[in-house]
Design a protein around this ligand. Sequence first.
Ligand code: 3IO
Length: 335
Amino acid sequence: MRKFVRLTGAGFLLACLMSVSALAGTTLTYANFPPAPTFPCVQMEQWKAEVEKRTNGALAIQTFPGSTLLGAKNMLRGVQTGQADIGCISTSYYPGVFPLISVVNLPVAFTSTEVASKVMWDLFQKYQPDEFKNVKVLTVFTSAPSHIMSTVAVKQLSDLKGLELRASGSILKILNGLGAQGVGMPMSQTPEALQKGIVKGLVSSYDVLKDLNFAEQCQYETVTNLPVYPFVVIMNKARWESLPAETQKTLDKLSREQAIWTGQYLDDYTTKALAWAKGKYQVDVFTLTDAEYAEIRKQGEPLIAAWKADAIEAGLDAEAILAEMLALKAKYETD
Ligand code: 3IO
């Protein structure tokens, strides 16, 4: 009997300790707009696992892919108002809102996601852009260079005439300059728009050929080397400030590592996704002539001038920011 009492006493104590540690732990919600198999959600799960490991479970992350908590366009506001603690935004969905970081979306011929993501992270550290002052930035990364994926063949630039292609940000403007009909919408709306024939294709990175099974409908891929889309993972500021200093340090330490992890993951993955699309759906891949690539670059030039004008308007040292981005790009490309 005495032994029984002692055992249940120990059990009771253990139960108390367990509930105390459960109370001490914090759970943060993390919203994402595209479906779970896509790379912004893959990096989200990777970050969650890493955070839970490095904080020994003191911090738990509850993830909401596929716009189940917040969608592409209410992500920024939803995180600011605390509907989600953390959210992932594609900055080109918010024209005019991010005058500094939209520099990463300019046509400057990034060929590597890892390089683009490192450059973006460094720009953040250096300039601490005012446009993010109401949130905590946890990490940043980009998509891979963008190409045309379409239901009709784009073998030459003249095939673009009047073609409705989904894109966002600077790519929209380049497409229109090339005679296509750019249709602006988030990635999360694109499967339905393709299905309904509202668009005849999209301009983004090749990962979605597999992750959203676009290869089934978009039988034709044209290598265009168009810009990368910048992404920022933001956290509600008050929620961030409520975290213990030790936890904040752990998350800050992970920030650059996460940017690099995502860049490396996507560089590798886009190659695999294109090979998969060739194997499974026998998609055709077209390249253009040198003269046509020069024409694409020419259509991009006015965007750089337009970005500078907007950045100056926003009180930024546009020339210095652009020069810094190009210098970082050159540095990381030779690393
Ligand atoms: C993208 C966005 C969501 C899911 C997968 C993705 N792969 C490339 C992108 C970039 C893009 O087209 C966008 O709209 O952010």
